[in-house]
Write a protein that binds this ligand. Structure first.
Ligand code: M6R
Length: 605
């Protein structure tokens, strides 16, 4: 989603703004722009497409000034055009914005009546015009911004810059995250600390409803009732903000390869060498009657896998829902239940809204997040970091397997607390998980044969993924990954559902990827696979050595993964699914790390 930066600096702002925007590229965008104040004059440059287009424009039409704001826009209201790109400017005001102003139509009509006409189709220009109107009515920039913010409904992060004010920026947060960076005689604003890392490691996160007046001397922060607010300054670990490909061609490739290490780290963090769990105090499932898991996209598939674990290992009823449905469904929640929210970014608007719905209705709101400073983490009773490290590729990979790992540990804790497994069984399960990093390294070594298969997959128009039991959600995840970055239509199905409809799609041109470790359901999955092959479907069977030996004959291709206890196999089988998507995208020449239309962190509904 959109990225925001702001600089009140001691050096030229344009290069700093562009560099910071580069660090926000991972969020996804389709146009970019910056504005500066130079000698009191407010000016801007905007370009459609990648940041390189903005950089080129700045070569020919430089922007001077040590104060500036910048933006990468992920189009919501209006197409990706220069006119719709931010910063939006109205008279002496320039604004960048992330989020959606829900009452912008009413405001726009009101402003039009007063003679303030809008050029663009965006909700953001309305904000700039409103501030301009307040200034025309005699308000100072600070009061104009304050009164503008008070009129806005919806979710937003905003940063204002004003003509004639070289030492002033106003920042505001409601629903979308915003960080303030402290320098020496300099101040910064960014959508996240990653954007600001080259400039400062001293960060203050604005809280919901906060707005801040920034000058080079510092920031005065006000809460939603305009009272002075003290917000802590924290030092972020620059290591945690590193966004380098480390020799890999793409962030996604690096993140896939990192999985054995980050999963080993997560296991080390949450377990002891003696074979016990070391989860935070408060993770106690005694008396818990149900767990409701809510998330979006890949994170929701992690919940879907975990449902099998909570029910099968712990005997705990588990429900899952995508956040965008959950929040409006008004589901009744048991006061003895837990609501669990899973999110890489911790800022997904729908997941956050679902969390707020559950708050107060359940015994405990728990989150499993990658960004421990995120809104979802902060608003939970208990937040468990997945310790995946920064994930830049829009297609989630290492966050997915780390989410699965932490969810598996939670399910084991639930099973132990509920007396479903004893210490010995728990230690055996933890042993199986501890073997995962080694097995994942083996799976990663299949990259070359997977690339060869992907060359063929790249020619397909439709691809199906099949799985049974906990491999079913993995089929959904495999299909999502493939369509996200290769733009090939792909669907995941529960193997048993095939004959209830999707089998009509099967012919020699439709590859069907069957993910089936040799578990208790294997024979049933193989029967479904035979049904595909009987209709000339091209089957890629991904299984272990026994599975491939037993059922591989007649398949178009096979991939052999190492043996592992089937219960946690989805974590291992995620790797070939990710590699298939990655190599198919490479074969098709698509933009792997920033696929079209997608944003890393979806902070609007
Ligand atoms: O940050 P979150 O985990 O809350 O994001 C949820 C989804 O938007 C995300 O998983 C999305 O589906 C990814 N692009 C999947 O690769």
């Amino acid at each position: 989603m959109c990225g925001i930066v702001g600089v009140l600096g001691n050096h030229e702002a344009a290069p700093l703004l562009v560099e910071a925007l580069k660090r926000l590229e991972y969020r996804g965008y389709d146009s970019a722009g910056i504005a500066t104040v130079n000698g009191g004059k407010l000016d801007r440059r905007r370009a459609v497409g990648k940041l390189v287009n903005l950089s080129d424009l700045l070569v020919h039409q430089p922007l001077a000034g040590k104060s500036g704001i910048g933006h990468t826009r992920w189009a919501t209201h209006g197409a990706a055009t220069v006119t719709n790109a931010h910063p939006h400017k109205a008279g002496p005001v320039a604004v960048v914005h992330n989020g959606i102003i829900e009452n912008f139509r009413a405001l726009r009509a009101e402003l039009a009546e007063a003679g303030y006409a809008q050029e663009s189709q965006t909700d953001t220009e309305t904000v700039a015009l409103l501030a301009q109107r307040f200034m025309d009515e005699g308000l100072s920039p600070i009061h104009a911004a304050r009164d503008t913010i008070a009129r806005l409904e919806g979710a937003f992060a905003l940063c204002f810059l004003f003509a004639g004010e070289d030492d002033l920026m106003i920042a505001a947060r409601k629903g979308s995250p915003l960080a303030i960076g402290h320098g020496t005689g300099e101040m910064f604003v960014g959508s996240d600390a990653i954007a600001l890392a080259p400039m400062t490691d001293r960060i203050t996160y604005l809280e919901e409803g906060d707005w801040a007046v920034l000058t080079r001397k510092g920031a005065e922060i006000f809460d939603s009732l305009d009272r002075r607010a003290n917000r802590a300054e924290t030092r972020i670990q620059i290591e945690a903000t590193r966004v380098e490909k480390a020799g890999y061609k793409h962030f996604m490739a690096k993140e896939i390869a990192e999985q054995p290490v980050v999963i080993a780290d997560a296991l080390k963090h949450y377990t002891t060498a003696e074979g016990t769990l070391r989860l935070p105090e408060g993770v106690d499932f005694t008396g818990v009657d149900r767990i409701t898991m809510v998330a979006c996209g890949t994170a929701s598939y992690a919940c879907h896998v975990a449902k099998y674990w909570f029910e099968q290992i712990a005997g705990l009823p588990a429900e899952i829902d995508v956040a965008s449905e959950f929040r409006y469904r008004e589901p009744p929640l048991s006061p003895a239940s837990w609501a669990l929210f899973v999110s890489q970014s911790g800022e997904t608007a729908d997941t956050l809204a679902a969390l707020r719905y559950a708050n107060g209705k359940v015994a405990r709101v728990v989150s499993v997040v990658n960004v421990p400073t995120s809104s979802i983490a902060r608003e939970s009773d208990l937040a468990l970091p997945i310790l995946a490290g920064v994930e830049i590729g829009v297609a989630s990979t290492k966050a997915f397997t780390c989410q699965l790992t932490v969810l598996a540990l939670l399910a084991l804790k639930a099973a132990h607390d509920r007396g479903r497994i004893d210490d010995v069984a728990l230690a055996a399960h933890l042993d199986a998980l501890r073997n995962l990093p080694g097995l994942m390294n083996h799976a990663l070594s299949l990259s070359t044969p997977i690339a060869a298969i992907a060359d063929d997959l790249a020619k397909a128009q439709d691809i199906l993924f099949l799985g049974r039991g906990a491999m079913y959600p993995l089929a959904l995840e495999g299909a999502l990954k493939l369509k996200e970055i290769s733009y090939i239509h792909a669907e995941g199905y529960a193997s048993g559902e095939l004959k209830h409809g999707p089998i009509a799609l099967i012919d020699a041109a439709v590859p069907v990827i069957v993910m089936a470790p040799r578990d208790g359901l294997f024979d049933k999955t193989v029967s479904n696979m035979q049904e595909v092959m009987a209709r000339h479907g091209k089957v890629l069977l991904i299984s272990d050595a026994h599975g491939v030996a037993e059922a591989g004959a007649g398949a178009w291709k096979t991939l052999t993964l190492p043996d592992m206890p089937p219960v946690f196999a989805p974590i291992l089988y995620a790797i070939p699914a990710q590699l298939l998507a990655y190599h198919t995208a490479i074969a098709k020449g698509t933009d792997v790390d920033q696929p079209r239309n997608l944003a890393k962190s979806v902070t609007v509904e």
